[in-house]
Design a protein. Structure first.
Length: 259
């Protein structure tokens, strides 16, 4: 359960648009339900988009929250919050916040990005440590990545097996993010049957995930590119996230057959 939000944002990293029309905007909100090993309720997570200002810059402020519920909460409590402030035009991030408590394991990190000079100013508040790290050009943070891809990558022309890459900065490291396109599928959701795009992201095998190809995810084929479902094979058990509520979509949510 320690990776509820990490997995949730992995979902977003594959939301791709078909056109230049914005796929999201102010007021968009998603809620997800998490289950462990396909039967035990594990927790919930939300993603919220609002328009705001960061200094004199017009930005989107995205807040992602995740928490454990039910029986799992009693022996492993998770309360995670991730935030990103990114430019409304370029979708490049200016600020990223990670404040988590996962079974007593805590982090409180703020990162300010200097996109012009390819620098990340990292403030580790827990350890009272500050550092400056060189970043790759046009770097994204973990949250801004999926909003950037929603508006800038197109699935037109993608063939099964094609791979997409993007540079991301997480905590204190540059990270090369990669995913594979697996094709289209109609899936059953809480809202009915929905046409989806299916992806396989590559993750680091080891303590959390069984293998590099442990994640599978589905996003809606419409202009919103709504994250519908993700399945993760963990080092111990498996985790599944399903969209169970939403509001403020930019475009109509397309359902093949309603429940």
């Amino acid at each position: 359960m320690k990776k509820l939000l990490l997995i949730l944002f992995a979902i977003g990293a594959f939301q791709m648009s078909f056109s230049q029309e914005p796929s999201f905007g102010d007021g968009e909100w998603f809620q997800f339900k998490m289950s462990y090993s396909n039967f035990l309720k594990a927790g919930n997570a939300t993603l919220t988009v609002t328009d705001t200002k960061l200094g004199d810059k017009d930005v989107y402020h995205v807040v992602g929250k995740g928490w454990t519920t039910g029986m799992i909460k009693w022996f492993f409590k998770v309360e995670d919050q991730y935030e990103s402030y990114f430019d409304k035009s370029t979708l490049m991030p200016y600020k990223f916040i990670r404040n988590i408590n996962e079974g007593g394991y805590t982090k409180n990190i703020e990162i300010d990005f200097d996109q012009a000079n390819n620098k990340a100013y990292v403030n580790d508040k827990k350890h009272n440590e500050k550092s400056v790290i060189d970043t790759r050009p046009n770097i994204q943070d973990m949250v801004s990545t999926f909003y950037y891809l929603r508006d800038n990558l197109h699935t037109d022309g993608l063939k099964i097996g094609d791979e997409v890459r993007i540079d991301m900065f997480f905590d204190k490291e540059n990270y090369g993010f990669k995913l594979k396109y697996l094709g289209e599928e109609v899936i059953n959701t809480d809202f009915g049957k929905v046409e989806s795009l299916k992806f396989r992201p590559y993750v680091m095998a080891g303590r959390v995930f069984k293998e590099e190809e442990s994640l599978t995810l589905w996003v809606s084929k419409d202009k919103n590119k709504v994250p519908l479902r993700i399945k993760a094979d963990l080092a111990v058990g498996s985790l599944r996230a399903d969209l169970d509520a939403f509001k403020g979509l930019k475009h109509p949510f397309q359902i093949v057959v309603k429940n």
